[in-house]
Structures are given as C-alpha cells and as structure tokens.
Design a protein around this ligand. Structure first.
Ligand code: NJP
Length: 235
C-alpha cells in the first residue's frame, strides 16, 4: 500500500514508518525536521519518500498531498500522527501552548484530512488518527491536550458515521509511550515527575504494530479503535 505518515521524524511516526516499510509498503514521510527524515530515508532506501511540511500550513499540506499522490501513484492510507502535548495546570497554562496544541493536534489533522479526503474516497482508502487514552479520559495537568484528543476522536467518529462504506477510519488510542513527546513540557516540576512515567511507557514499536494491524486488516472489516495501555498499576 501507499501510505503517508505525518510526524514521521520521531517516536511513534518514525517507528511506524520503519515497520510499514519493512512490511513492504511504500511510505511518504512528512515532518518539519527534514534532517531527521533524510537520515531515516537513507536507512530505508527505496519506497521511502520525504518532504518537509508543517501540518499547520494548509497550503503546504495540500501541495504535499498532491506531491505524495503524484510520487507514489496513489495514496491508500493517511496516518495522522503529528501532535504534541505541553502539560501544565490550566491556571498556569500559556495561551501560546494552548493554541499550538489545537493548531497541530486538531487543525493540522483537519488540514491533512481535508486535503486527502477526495482522493481517499476515490481509493476507498483508510485514515488512521492518533488519538489517546486522553481521547476518553481527562487528566490533571493536561486538560487542553485531553481536549484536543477528544476532538480527534470526535472527528474520527464523524467520518466513520458519515462515510461508512467510502473510507475506513481507525483511531489509535495509546496510554504513555516512551518517545520524546514529554520534552515539550516546560513546567520543570511536572517534567521531572512525568519524565520517568513516560520512559516506563510502551515502546513506539508496539504502537506501530497496532497501526500496521489496523491497516493490514482485510478491507471487509474496519478496526475503528484500538486502545492500548501499559500493563502497570499507574496508567
Ligand atoms: O511524539 P514525538 P510521539 N508539523 O514528539 C511531529 C500521540 N500520543 O511519537 O515537525 C508537522 O516523538 C514531529 O516532527 P517535527 C501524540 O499526541 C503520544 O509520542 O520534525 N509535524 C514529530 O515527528 C501524537 O499525536 C503518546 O518536530 C509535526 C511528531 O510530530 C502522536 O502520538 C501518548 C508538527 C511527534 O513525535 C505521536 O507522538 C498518546 C507540525 N507542526 C498519544 N508538530 C505518548 N508518547 O505517550 C509536531 O496517548 N510534529
């Protein structure tokens, strides 16, 4: 299959790019850190294409999706993985961080869906959105992040309800995963607490495997959501 992955320069996106490529798929990888994508591309070799794109920039996203379709010949799957969480109690939160989380996690995801949807409908394609356990639960110190992930799940569900036989839609909803994700948090006390918590989380390769499973499930079925939590007392 021909698969576009956003946020492929790190963590879950990078692990997913590696696994899907190893499984024989063609991958088109986007992120802002082009140097990291270049290193990944040189490791993966053929069937791997890269482009520097900020998902917040709709015209850049639109152009990149056109480029991806042209380069790969079609797009079967869009993996909306780019996202971030800046953790703080609401009363101490920065308006810039709140806006950034909505810009990337919600508007960035919508930008990709809007640009890719006509082609994906034509292809009877598949959208995989990275939600979170925070798509369903609200935690202290991450209220705005939780709000963005609730929004992601609502967007997935609306696509599932409105386009049941036109596209497949999957939400992947992980608990904590050991990636650089937590490094966006600037609150030093929280960062100290959360650093070891996320480090003890699931591997990004495990989440990549759930994404691969959803994508490779025969098209007669849809994996609408996979929630996966670390097997430990504190989730
Ligand atoms: O995070 P990280 P994860 N335009 O920081 C990219 C969700 N999740 O892999 O642009 C384009 O390693 C950034 O690339 P760059 C989480 O909410 C995680 O853990 O080069 N790309 C990088 O490749 C997110 O949706 C956990 O900086 C942009 C990638 O996003 C997804 O999993 C738990 C961008 C982030 O890689 C991947 O997160 C959970 C932009 N404007 C859900 N801004 C967890 N880790 O515990 C960022 O429930 N990126």
């Amino acid at each position: 299959m021909n698969i576009l992955i956003t946020g492929a320069s790190s963590g879950i996106g990078e692990a997913t790019a590696r696994l899907l490529h190893t499984s024989g798929h063609t991958v088109y990888l986007i992120a802002r850190s082009i140097e990291k994508l270049q290193i990944l591309q040189s490791e993966l070799g053929s069937r791997c294409f890269i482009e520097k794109v900020d998902v917040v920039d709709y015209s850049g996203v639109k152009q990149s999706i056109e480029n991806a379709i042209h380069t790969m010949g079609s797009m079967d799957v869009l993996v909306n993985n780019a996202g971030l969480g800046v953790f703080d109690p609401i009363a101490q939160g920065s308006i810039e961080d709140w806006h950034l989380m909505f810009d990337v996690n919600v508007k960035g995801l919508l930008n990709c869906i809007h640009a890719a949807l006509p082609h994906l409908i034509e292809q009877k394609g598949h959208i995989v959105n990275l939600g979170s356990v925070a798509s369903h639960h609200v935690f202290a110190n991450s209220g705005v992040y939780c709000a963005t992930k609730h929004a992601v799940f609502a967007i997935s569900e609306s696509l599932r309800i409105e386009l049941p036989d036109k596209i497949r839609i999957t939400t992947i909803s992980p608990g904590s995963v050991n990636t650089p994700f937590i490094d966006s948090t600037k609150n030093a006390d929280l960062l100290k607490d959360y650093k070891s918590y996320f480090a003890a989380g699931m591997s990004p390769e495990l989440i990549a495997d759930t994404i691969r499973y959803a994508i490779e499930t025969p098209s007669s079925a849809v994996i609408s959501e996979i929630m996966v939590r670390p097997n430990r007392a504190v989730k």
